[in-house]
Design a protein around this ligand. Structure first.
Ligand SMILES: Cc1cc2nc3c(=O)[nH]c(=O)nc-3n(C[C@H](O)[C@H](O)[C@H](O)COP(=O)(O)O)c2cc1C
Length: 243
């Protein structure tokens, strides 16, 4: 009887040890599974973030913008939203649309000229009145912020809507407050019939020692409503300029 009791006690101890070990192994397996799950998401996250770094998002050379260290380009533009001629109320300005197309193809930096105090009405008729008054007064409306350091650019596209046959007066403020000398300047306009409206000659007058390259005029309505055609025209023009 005593032998049977000792045998059972030993058996019980052995079973307990085996059970504990089994349980531990199960738990370890579970941790490993968790670790695998965590590790499974880690590379994916890493891959996602790595893919967004410039080095990793390699593009075919043909799709890379033509901006290089020794030839930097800036697109400087003024544009209005709100109610505009023939297009109704717009959320992105006509000139802004063209400016973005230029930047996309050239890889240029962009800077939007915004009024320091936005006194321009959002309705077309009122806007034309304010613009006419500024033109009659030869006003120099202030713009917000500071232009990027111009010394880093050798080519600057300058775009605006035609207002009463001329640049909006705020562009003259920009010309007079910044040194564009020695740059290649490329005018572009959006309009509803006046074309480039002498923007090239006015740029030459504003900066006599600049080289003025061939400009582009785009109908504002086309910029809103015929973007494929406009993009093709912009790309052709840029190709002609060597981009
Ligand atoms: C104040 C004002 C004056 C304008 N004057 C002319 C003009 O003289 N000739 C012309 O073709 N279009 C004129 N337009 C039409 C704009 O040039 C055209 O709608 C332009 O695409 C607007 O561009 P944005 O949306 O970038 O401001 C005028 C528009 C405004 C608001």
């Amino acid at each position: 009887m005593k032998k049977i009791f000792v045998f059972c006690a030993i058996l019980l101890v052995l079973l307990t040890v085996a059970g504990l070990t089994g349980c531990g192994a199960g738990k370890q397996q579970q941790n490993q599974n968790n670790a695998e799950t965590e590790n499974a998401s880690a590379p994916a996250d890493t891959a996602a973030s790595a893919a967004s770094t410039p080095e990793e998002t390699a593009q075919p050379a043909s799709q890379e913008p033509s901006q290089t260290a020794d030839s930097k380009t800036l697109v400087l533009y003024f544009s209005r939203t709100g109610e505009q001629y023939t297009v109704g109320v717009i959320e992105k300005g006509n000139t802004a649309i063209v400016a973005e197309m230029i930047a996309e193809k050239t890889g240029a930096d962009t800077f939007e000229i915004l009024p320091a105090d936005d006194h321009y009405p959002m309705t077309y008729k009122e806007l034309t009145d304010v613009a006419k008054r500024e033109q009659n007064e030869n006003a120099r409306p202030a713009y917000a912020g500071t232009l990027p350091e111009l010394s880093q650019y050798d080519t600057i596209f300058i775009g605006a809507p035609v207002w009463w046959g001329d640049w909006p007066m705020i562009l003259y403020t920009v010309f007079e407050n910044n040194d564009f000398s020695g740059k290649k300047l490329v005018p572009f306009s959006t309009h509803e019939g006046s074309g480039l409206s002498g923007f090239d000659k006015k740029l030459a007058a504003a900066c006599p020692d600049c080289e003025i390259l061939e400009g582009l005029a785009v109908r504002g309505n086309d910029a809103q409503n015929k973007q494929d055609d406009v993009r093709a025209a912009v790309n052709d023009w840029l190709t002609g300029l060597g981009y």
